[in-house]
Each structure stands twice: as structure tokens, then as C-alpha cells.
Design a protein around this ligand. Structure first.
Ligand code: SF4
Length: 400
């Protein structure tokens, strides 16, 4: 084989389609789509968000993984981390024989020249890619085009001597890959801002100056080597992790724009401040759909998706502002009509809540993050209907 780098599929889509449908399709979800995103069952009305579940980037990455297994039946196939943040999907891939490389310095030690390495949808850092290229193994790159778009902005900033301010989480795989793009240009810098609170602190520094060592220690895990806030905040360009809360990203961009105008004057903005909205359209559409669901006044919301999935966490955060919300990892997290295992919005720990489905709940809103397959949504609905039916029956008999 001459080629060792692939990023455009192997033309096996129709061969893997039956497997994908079997593993991820849901008839309930298909039915709801056909019925205006609604379902009446078990005395309940289920309201499905109009945009939910697998985004185009995830669909492509998952399909590409299945194609890779078919294309290279005799080779070891490794995944450089989770392909996406969904346990159900990652379990399925493991069952196909794909091996996951553990996190850590030596993660690629096991990879040899004859192996295949799948790059996840959120990409990998520049140094990791260089290492894999050196090994000469086959690389199947599923990095999403929307992520590559962010990289291009960051690289453009770096080439122009502009510091990238990235709204994201420094520990997230996508953000790690994004800030690594600055290493392609000597003396390029970045700063990662997690939320509005950090943005306010940054803006205070831009406008009034401040204690440099305090700044560096506050952002020590979120800045480039040698970052000097006195020097590297003079010209800045904004970018986002693609899955952040879009309203927060826009607010942060505006705060920073105002701070730069106060410090340098409005007339200098065009050469000192750059901003491109790099939230991907799939993330935006899913967030908009939750806003639309609010108008339907659901009594509660179920948000399904990995606890480490940034976009799912943001959907949960949004929904919890207007109704009780249960962010569950998978359908089986719904334990009974009395108990649900979930992660409250803004928390890191999973908890079990009792009496989560009281009799007065009639309208349940439901959505899934960009890495949630339809069958998890369908199964969640099925479980709720079954549990509710049993509850109704028990109540009727006076045994509950
Ligand atoms: S959430 Fe957006 S950036 Fe991430 S994989 Fe999906 S489409 Fe691509």
C-alpha cells in the first residue's frame, strides 16, 4: 500500500449502512419525525427537539470507523482516544475490534508501522500527528471540517502575530488540538477562556492592567509557554471550541471587543481585534431547537448524551433554566418511574434522584447531544412509557 493517510472515506458507505442502521437507528424516533416530533404514549406527550442527536461530523466519523474495519480486516486498528463522547458508540466500536489508546505520554507506544490509527472527530494535537506520521502507520483522519475551520482561523492569527483567545475548555480534546495549531508558527501564543467569569477578569486586565504573576498563575494551564499578558494581549483574535454555548461565546467576544476599544480606542480595533464565530452549525441548531422546545412548556426535559460531551452539557444547562432537567448518559440511566441516574447541569458528579416522574408530569421534552445515537433516544422513551404504565397500574390497584 502506497498511501498511509486517508481523510475522505473508502467508498464503502452502502456496505456498512445495514450495520449502522442496526446499531443506531430507532423506529420510535423515525415515527416522531414523521409526526411533527411528537408522540402520545402512556398518558404522556413526548416532545422531541427538532434538531437532535448525531451531527454531520459525528455521523461521518462513525461511518468512517466502520468503513475502516471493513477496509483493513487483517490489521490492528487503534483509536486515538474516544471517537466521540458517547459510551454506547464507543462500546460498539470496541466490539468491532477497534482498540482505544489510553490517555498519557506513551499512548502511541503500542502502535507499529503495520497498524491503522483512527483520528477522532475533534482531531489530535499537531505533535501527536507528527509522531504518527513518523511511525509510518496508516492514519484514517475523521477530524470534522468545522474543527478544521477553527484551526485555520487560529493559524491565520498565529501567522499575523495575533494571539488566539479561545473560548473553550483547556482539557477538552478539541481545544487541545486547536491550541496546538499555534505551535506551527514560532512565537505564536494562545489563551483559553472557559467562561464569562474568566472573560471579565481578562477584560479587566486588558483595560486597567494588573498583577502579571497573578494573571499567569490564574491561567497557568490555559496559556502558551512564555505568555506575557503585557505583550501578548496587544493584538488578539477570538475563536471557540465548536461546541460551546453560543450565547456565551458571543457575549465573551463582545466583552473583549469593548475592553480592547477602551484600552486602545475604537479606531485601533480593526488592527487589534479579530472575531469569527466558530460555533459549528450543528451545535447552534441543537441549541436553537432547545430554545424552541421551551415554548412547548415541557414539565421536564430529558437530555441524553455523554457526561464529557461539551455540547450535551450545554443543552442540559439551557434546558435546566426553564424546566427540571435530567441529563442522562444512556437509556438505562432511567432506572424506574421512581429513580433516575443523571448529572445535574453544572455539576461533575452523577447522582440518583427519586420521585423524578410524579403523576402530574404529562409533557416530557427530549433531546440528545451531537454524539447521541437515535436508538438511545428511542429506548429512553420506551423505558419511560413502560415505567409510567406500570406506575399507573400500581396506582390503580393501590399498591404503589
Ligand atoms: S459538533 Fe460540530 S464540530 Fe463537533 S463533530 Fe459535530 S459538526 Fe463537527
Amino acid at each position: 500500500m502506497d498511501r498511509t493517510y486517508f481523510q475522505k472515506g473508502f467508498g464503502l458507505r452502502s456496505e456498512i449502512r445495514p450495520q449502522l442502521l442496526e446499531n443506531y437507528r430507532s423506529q420510535i424516533v423515525d415515527l416522531m419525525r414523521a409526526n411533527g416530533f411528537r408522540l402520545e404514549a402512556g398518558g404522556l406527550t413526548f416532545l422531541l427537539a427538532m434538531e437532535f442527536g448525531f451531527c454531520y461530523g459525528v455521523e461521518r466519523a462513525v461511518a468512517y470507523a466502520y468503513e475502516t474495519v471493513m477496509k483493513f480486516p487483517d490489521r490492528r486498528i487503534f483509536l486515538a482516544g474516544e471517537i466521540i463522547h458517547n459510551r454506547h458508540v464507543n462500546d460498539r466500536l470496541q466490539r468491532l475490534g477497534i482498540r482505544f489508546l489510553a490517555k498519557g505520554e506513551n499512548r502511541y507506544d503500542a502502535v507499529g508501522q503495520d497498524d491503522v490509527v483512527l483520528i477522532p472527530a475533534f482531531g489530535i494535537p499537531v505533535s501527536h500527528m507528527e509522531l504518527l506520521m513518523k511511525k509510518g502507520c496508516i492514519i484514517v483522519d475523521t477530524t470534522c471540517g468545522s474543527v478544521i475551520n477553527v484551526w485555520k482561523n487560529v493559524e491565520r492569527y498565529a501567522c499575523a502575530g495575533v494571539t488566539s483567545i479561545i473560548h473553550g475548555k483547556f482539557e477538552h480534546e478539541e481545544t487541545k488540538a486547536t491550541f496546538s495549531r499555534t505551535t506551527l508558527v514560532p512565537d505564536a501564543h494562545y489563551l483559553i477562556i472557559r467562561n464569562k467569569e474568566e472573560a471579565v477578569y481578562l477584560c479587566g486586565y486588558i483595560t486597567n492592567g494588573g498583577d502579571t504573576s497573578e494573571f499567569i498563575s490564574r491561567f497557568q494551564r490555559a496559556i502558551s509557554k512564555g505568555f506575557d499578558p503585557e505583550k501578548h494581549l496587544e493584538r488578539i483574535g477570538l475563536a471557540n471550541q465548536t461546541t460551546m454555548l453560543s450565547s456565551e461565546s458571543l457575549e465573551i467576544a463582545e466583552l473583549v471587543r469593548v475592553a480592547m476599544a477602551q484600552r486602545y480606542g475604537v479606531e485601533e480595533l480593526s488592527t487589534r481585534f479579530y472575531s469569527f464565530d466558530t460555533i459549528c452549525s450543528a451545535t447552534q441548531d441543537r441549541q436553537d431547537a432547545v430554545r424552541e422546545l421551551e415554548k412547548e412548556k415541557p414539565d421536564l426535559m430529558i437530555v441524553i448524551g455523554g457526561y464529557n460531551s461539551s455540547n450535551t452539557n450545554n443543552l442540559s444547562k439551557m434546558a435546566s433554566r426553564f424546566t427540571p432537567t435530567y441529563h442522562i448518559e444512556q437509556a438505562t440511566s432511567i432506572l424506574s418511574a421512581d429513580a433516575i441516574r443523571h448529572k445535574p447541569a453544572g455539576c461533575t458528579e452523577e447522582i440518583v434522584t427519586r420521585e423524578w416522574l410524579p403523576c402530574q408530569v404529562k409533557r416530557i421534552g427530549i433531546t440528545g447531544g451531537a454524539s447521541t445515537p437515535n436508538n438511545q433516544i428511542g429506548e429512553s422513551i420506551e423505558r419511560i412509557v413502560n415505567f409510567r404504565d406500570r406506575m399507573n397500574y400500581a396506582t390503580l390497584l393501590g399498591v404503589d
